[in-house]
Design a protein. Structure first.
Length: 309
């Protein structure tokens, strides 16, 4: 018979703690089920959160996988410097898969003209790197709230032996049970923060006091306007007649290739101000700042079917 003098203690996880626990479980499931995983790292906020979650899942030991960055060669210098600094501090192996190498070897052809971008070329570089290193699972920082094609993703997103994705051929994931069985040549993209939102990510970064690249905070930058977006004036973009660079106080909601990643006007200079700004917005980050998602209604899904992140 229960002693009435003993008071039961009930511990409830906060929203962020529950998300964190789910993500750590996913990391450990992949480490247990797959032989050669890899963590894809862009230097952006989502992959920074992935690094912290991997630390919580595996420290004090080393990560049971390397970190890989697909480098277009047209990345923001602040982000590249941050990538090198953070991976050095972690002491983990960094693999750099270079789009420039893919161009030099004839695997892809570089676009030309004012709207040229290397963003789409990343797909071939990524798939070649996965094949070269024999990776059977690749962690990514995609979230379901980013874009409608992302919302179709399962946590374990299966890719065939050509690296292609079929949204109709994904496996059910009931009760957080993940089936990692694959055939030779196939691999899985794994998204531990699928159920997070952009606001969750920023609140977690603030709570964990994580370092992030400076471009996420408001700063003055030379930009130019095109198609309703502000782009950094840089050596990789050819201006169209009538486009003139001007100074503006901006920050970035997402990082990527400089040729297709837009900035937003902002005065948010601290994490608390960024969190408040994101809480108030009603436009998704990719909808507001990624030109490659504006090409067609199904632009992201088309790229994902080809093997994109």
């Amino acid at each position: 018979m229960r002693d009435p003098s003993v008071t039961a203690v009930r511990y409830e996880l906060s929203h962020l703690q529950a998300l964190e626990a789910e993500s750590i479980h996913i990391f450990r499931e992949v480490a247990a089920e797959f032989e050669r995983p890899v963590l894809l790292f862009s230097g952006g906020k989502d992959s920074i959160v992935l690094l912290r979650l991997a630390e919580k899942a595996f420290r004090p030991g080393r990560f049971p996988f390397p970190i890989m960055h697909v480098d277009t060669g047209h990345n923001f210098s602040e982000v590249v410097a941050f990538r090198d600094r953070i991976t050095d501090a972690l002491g983990e192996r960094l693999i750099i898969a270079s789009v420039q190498d893919s161009i030099d070897s004839g695997r892809v052809t570089e676009e030309i003209g004012p709207r040229a971008s290397r963003n789409r070329l990343q797909t071939t570089t990524l798939l070649d790197a996965i094949e070269e290193h024999g990776f059977d699972a690749a962690f990514g920082g995609a979230r379901r709230d980013e874009e409608r094609a992302r919302a179709k993703e399962r946590v374990f997103s299966f890719r065939d032996d050509f690296g292609q994705w079929d949204p109709k051929a994904q496996r059910p994931e009931l009760w957080a049970l993940y089936n990692g069985r694959i055939r030779r040549g196939e691999h899985v993209r794994v998204f531990p923060i699928s159920n997070w939102t952009e606001l969750d990510v920023w609140q977690y970064i603030a709570e964990q006091r994580l370092e992030i690249p400076s471009i996420y905070f408001s700063h003055e930058r030379q930009v130019f306007a095109r198609d309703g977006m502000l782009y950094a004036h840089n050596e990789f973009v050819q201006l169209i007649d009538g486009e003139e660079p001007f100074a503006e106080s901006v920050r970035y909601r997402t990082v990527g290739d400089m040729t297709c990643t837009g900035a937003v006007r902002s005065t948010a200079a601290t994490l608390q101000e960024v969190v408040a700004e994101i809480a108030a917005t009603r436009i998704t980050e990719r909808g507001e700042t990624r030109a490659d998602d504006r090409v067609t209604e199904a632009a992201m899904e088309d790229r994902k079917r080809e093997g994109y992140f």
